[in-house]
Design a protein around this ligand. Structure first.
Ligand SMILES: [Zn+2]
Length: 138
């Protein structure tokens, strides 16, 4: 016959572990590394200008003379950046460059030539899509 004599020994409560395990770190590194590089982008675009309109043979597009040449975007204003992106850029001597800026007929001629070549190389649809502002503004 078994007799349980003492129960108090078997009662051995484990001490509760009350360690703090969740010490929240709410401080975040909120340094924003965003730097606006719009001007750099434009500078790069200008630096990388190329031309689908003529060979880079160091001759002025208009007078064919071998002089010091400037780059001239076929389409100005809000389309200037687009011109650079698509290679609608002319190489012009100083004289013809000022003509392209001032003379209406020259400007129109350069504009039309660029448009035609663009359409020949790509499509009219793309031209209208890329340069549509030109047609809306009058
Ligand atoms: Zn020239």
């Amino acid at each position: 016959m078994k007799v349980v004599t003492d129960l108090s020994n078997s009662f051995n409560p484990v001490p509760k572990n009350t360690q703090k395990t969740t010490q929240k770190c709410t401080e975040k590194d909120s340094k924003s590394g965003q730097i606006k590089q719009k001007s750099n982008k434009l500078a790069k675009l200008e630096k990388d200008r190329f031309s689908i309109l003529q060979k880079n043979d160091k001759k002025c597009f208009l007078c064919k003379r071998q002089l010091k040449l400037d780059k001239h975007e076929a389409l100005g204003g809000s389309n200037r950046q687009k011109s650079m992106q698509w290679g609608l850029v002319y190489y012009l001597c100083r004289e013809c460059h000022s003509k392209a800026d001032l003379d209406k007929n020259t400007k129109q001629y350069l504009h039309d030539f660029a448009r035609e070549l663009f359409i020949k190389n790509y499509s009219e649809e793309l031209f209208l899509k890329e340069f549509k502002k030109m047609y809306r503004r009058k």
